[in-house]
Design a binder for this molecule. Structure first.
Ligand SMILES: [Zn+2]
Length: 257
C-alpha cells in the first residue's frame, strides 16, 4: 500500500488534474489525502466569501466520497492570494511528516493561474524541506517523499513524462467533478477534463482516456539507476521500464511500498 498526497489550489483542481489516477490508487488499496490550499471562496459576485468557502468545502467532501479519498485537509488560505510564506510551509511540512506520503501530486509549474503556480512552489519546496533535519518549528521527524508528479488543469503540459490510463475510471472522475456544482454552473469543467483526457488517451496511445503528468522527482528511479551502474546485476524487473513512447513506467516501483 502506498500513501498518496494531492495538493489542490482550489477544491476542484485535484479531481480535474488527477481524479482518475486517485481512483486507480484507491482501487489498489492506497491511502489518499487531498490538501486544499484555498477553499475557492473568491469565485462568486453573489455569494459571500464565507458562505462560498463553506459550500465549496462541502462539494469537495462529496467529490472525495466518490473518489474514495480517506482524508481531506482544508488549509483555508484566501482564494487568489496564496502566498509563499512561513505559515504555509510549517503547515505543509508538518502534514508531510505526519502522513508520510510516498507519492505527491501537485499542479505543474507553468499553470496560468497564480494560485496554481504558488501551490507548485510551496508544495515542491515543502517536499524537499520535510526530508531534511532543519526547520524544527515544524512537527514530526524528517520524511523523504519518493516521487512527485505534476498535473495539468488550466495549461496543458508540453513535456509529458508519465501517462496514467484512466479509461476504467473516467465516469467516476466526471461524477466527482460534477459534485463541484458551484463551479460547474459557471464553466463545464467536466467536459473540459473529459475532452483533454480523451485527447491524451489517443495521442499517447495509452487507451480511451488518460491523465498526463510531468515527473518532478523520483528518488527510487534514481536509486535504481545507481544500482544499474554497480557490478552486481539486478533482475530486469527491478528496473524502471521505458514504454515504446519513451514514457517512464515507474508506478511498478512505487507500488511496492
Ligand atoms: Zn484552481
Amino acid at each position: 500500500m502506498a500513501r498518496i498526497m494531492v495538493f489542490s489550489p482550489h477544491p476542484d483542481d485535484g479531481v480535474i488534474g488527477c481524479g482518475g489516477s486517485i481512483i486507480n490508487h484507491v482501487k489498489k488499496g492506497d491511502d489518499v489525502t487531498i490538501v486544499y490550499m484555498t477553499s475557492g471562496d473568491a469565485g462568486s459576485l453573489r455569494v459571500s466569501k464565507k458562505a462560498l468557502g463553506r459550500i465549496r468545502e462541502e462539494e469537495a467532501k462529496n467529490a472525495g466520497r466518490i473518489l474514495g479519498v480517506k482524508e481531506l485537509v482544508f488549509l483555508r488560505n484566501p482564494d487568489g492570494y496564496l502566498e509563499y510564506k512561513k505559515d504555509n510551509f510549517v503547515n505543509i511540512i508538518s502534514l508531510i511528516r505526519r502522513k508520510k506520503p510516498n507519492l505527491v501530486y501537485i499542479p505543474h509549474k507553468d499553470e496560468s493561474h497564480r494560485d496554481h503556480t504558488k501551490t507548485f512552489e510551496l508544495a515542491s519546496d515543502a517536499v524537499e524541506r520535510a526530508g531534511c533535519l532543519w526547520f524544527q518549528e515544524c512537527n514530526g521527524k524528517p520524511w523523504k517523499v519518493d516521487s512527485v508528479l505534476c498535473y495539468e488543469v488550466w495549461t496543458p503540459l508540453r513535456d509529458v513524462t508519465y501517462v496514467e490510463d484512466i479509461t476504467e475510471t473516467i465516469d467516476r472522475k466526471l461524477a466527482a467533478i460534477i459534485e463541484h456544482k458551484s463551479q460547474i454552473q459557471n464553466h463545464r469543467y467536466d467536459e473540459a477534463a473529459k475532452s483533454l483526457n480523451k485527447y491524451r488517451g489517443i495521442m499517447m496511445g495509452k487507451g480511451g482516456y488518460s491523465e498526463c503528468f510531468q515527473i518532478l522527482k523520483t528518488n527510487r528511479v534514481k536509486k535504481k539507476k545507481q544500482q544499474r551502474s554497480t557490478k552486481k546485476k539486478r533482475p530486469a524487473s527491478h528496473l524502471p521500464r521505458l514504454s515504446s513512447y519513451g514514457i517512464l513506467e515507474y508506478f511498478s516501483v512505487v507500488e511496492r511500498h
